[in-house]
Design a binder for this molecule. Structure first.
Ligand code: ADP
Ligand code: GN1
Ligand code: MG
Length: 374
């Protein structure tokens, strides 16, 4: 389903179930997410707030009540922790769930779709492509602070909204299963990409192995730290971390790697012209500085060493996921044209090649920034 398949009449009936102030004047499809359908709701009278309505993709998030329960617990914890920090503004810095008139946190429509609503955070921007070092630095601070504020929350309170989400062994086994089944008859088009993936299977298990050996702590992580999941204010200051559907136990390197995947890339996630995919190393350094300025309070030395493993792993895992979806006939991510998932795969592979070529430079930056903070 896409954002355009919901009629205004259908959306109005859904909006009516929520406990909102004022009257909605306009409803507009919003954002560039690959999973949920998002709508911006503008209030007629601007003394009342605007809202954001989302259809949660329940083919992917199978247990929506548990997901919303996670979001509630996480936002409550963040709000409480922020309230104790001078100069903070929890109302602007944490997502606010708008419940239904009956108090529930989600609405199930006649077609079985699940909907939720947030307060729209005004005067904010999200970026698919990072433009300035200050934005990267602020994004790093926001995600570092997010992990720091959640570092004392009991992880057992949270449900796993997508089991094994960042488990590369599981992602690879799904890929090989899709490859053997070859349901969409596309396998023969992707030999080069498959070879690239095969050659790196062992090295990409390093975070998982460190975790299994007990060297890395499972913490509460965001798990979707794409740069457009942090809102910056009009002065490029970090305001709020959003898209909390995948907040669950994970390793910090996953969040670092996913943010870097989108920040260091001078081109889009799905760039067709591979020559345009270059690394923006000053943005990498700026994000690392922002992130470590908050996260050095709780990170172990092994976790700091693992950050670069995440920078390699996440574009790789993303390539595996996009390619799996391509072979399976585009059943997971929203696509805009035939071959979109293959184009995304190739762009992530190119990005990883560029990162591999600058591996030692990037490790040097992480070490230098970390040592400067000590
Ligand atoms: P998806 O899971 O589809 O990525 P998101 O929750 O990230 O959905 O929302 C999509 C986009 O909507 C974001 O990238 C951001 O631009 C915007 N957005 C999300 N939540 C808010 C909010 N509370 N206030 C303002 N903008 C928001
Ligand atoms: C999806 O919903 P969105 O667009 O923020 C995906 C992420 C991927 C990302 C790739 C639940 O995120 O894991 O990294 O696309 N979310 C889910 O752009 O699979
Ligand atoms: Mg998002």
């Amino acid at each position: 389903m896409t954002n355009n398949q919901h009629t205004p009449q259908h959306l109005s009936a859904i909006i009516d179930a929520f406990s909102i102030e004022g009257t909605i004047a306009t409803i507009k499809p919003y954002g560039s997410g690959h999973i949920n359908d998002t709508f911006y709701l503008k209030n007629e009278d601007q003394t009342h707030p605007d809202y954001l309505l989302q259809r949660i993709n329940h083919a992917i998030f199978k247990d929506v009540p548990a997901l919303m329960d996670n979001v509630k617990k996480v936002t409550e914890h963040l709000r409480k922790k922020l309230a104790a920090i001078p100069d903070s503004n929890p109302k602007k810095q944490v997502l606010t769930i708008i419940p239904l008139k009956n108090g529930l946190l989600y609405f199930k429509d006649v077609d079985g779709n699940y909907w939720r609503m947030y307060l729209y955070l005004t005067d904010t921007n999200s970026y698919d492509l990072v433009e300035k070092e200050i934005q990267a630095f602020e994004g790093g601070k926001a995600f570092g602070r997010f992990q720091a504020l959640l570092s004392d929350m009991d992880a057992t309170l949270l449900a796993e909204t997508i089991p094994d989400f960042h488990n590369i062994e599981m992602r690879l086994s799904r890929f090989y299963k899709a490859w053997s089944t070859d349901i969409a008859k596309r396998r023969d088009e992707v030999n080069e990409e498959t070879d690239f993936i095969n050659k790196r299977v062992d090295v990409m298990k390093s975070i998982l192995n460190l975790g299994k050996e007990g060297h890395l702590s499972l913490r509460i992580t965001h798990n979707d730290t794409k740069f457009n999941n942090v809102l910056l204010d009009a002065n490029d200051k970090a305001q709020c971390v959003i898209d909390l559907d995948t907040v669950m136990p994970g390793y910090v390197a996953y969040d670092f790697g996913d943010a870097i995947r989108t920040i260091i890339n001078s081109a889009s996630e799905d760039e067709k012209d591979l020559n345009k995919i270059k690394l923006n190393i000053p943005l990498f350094e700026a994000y690392t500085k922002g992130y470590l300025s908050e996260a050095d309070k709780f990170l172990s030395a092994v976790e700091v060493d693992s950050l670069m493993m995440g920078v390699l792993l996440i574009p790789y895992m993303q390539a595996v996921r996009f390619l799996t979806d391509y072979i399976e006939g585009d059943v997971y991510y929203k696509t805009n044209f035939e071959g979109h998932n293959l184009q995304r795969t190739r762009a992530q592979i190119q990005l990883l090649k560029e990162i591999e070529a600058e591996h030692d430079t990037l490790v040097g930056i992480i070490d230098r920034v970390y040592n400067e903070l000590k």
